[in-house]
Design a protein around this ligand. Sequence first.
Ligand code: G3P
Ligand code: CA
Length: 244
Amino acid sequence: MGKRIFAHRGLNRRAPENTMAAFRKAVDAGVTWIETDVDVLQDGTVIICHDTTLDRTTNCTGSYYKLNRADLAFIDAGSWFSPAYAGEPLPTLFQLVDYMNETGLNANIEIKSNEAGAAMTRQLISAVAHELRRLHGPQVIVSSFNHVLLHEFHALAPDIPLGCLYETAALYEDWRSILELVGATYIHPEDRDLTRERVAAFRDAGFGVNVWTVNSVARAHELFNWGVEGVFTDCADEMLHLAE
Ligand code: G3P
Ligand code: CA
């Protein structure tokens, strides 16, 4: 079984998170998997952004739910990180899929739990399924903390492997039932308080295990020894030697 090092939001310590610059830095460093977050604009454009507002990672403020694709031209997603990245665009999933096809980069696409209701959530998942159909070659995993959303996504794209994300505080003993109901291939637990026994139980139930967010090489090594398949990390370039 191959071990995967996922560059969390791209190589986010070298370039602004979740931008094409961060994905290019990952590829340039030899990273083969990135993790990224997607949500949707009013017109159905799937964008790459971790937060539900633009405040932290752009020069704009507020929600993007009422914006359209044309508005992206006015968003600078790089200046907050460094003047060297001034004018770095807020990317779309369309652009990332093109880049994956061009470079062979693989991706975990985390679908954010959209806060604007069921209609916009369905618009989001159907647009993501549509965009990912354009991939030819690279591998993809779709994950979410919203397992209801993942269940609906599975009906739209039954061939795409799914990962159920869990915070430790929300990881109850019904995880197996939930993963089976969703049709998930992977469980993506938080690293905090994760034990060898729990990893063994996930694996015995037939699931691959990808853990977030692991920034210690020693901890990543330990997790791989327990049978974990992948780790999401902010320092992927320092962990590549652990990958097979
Ligand atoms: O997918 C793992 C990790 O990205 C989940 O947490 O908040 O960084 O999206 P967050
Ligand atoms: Ca994420």
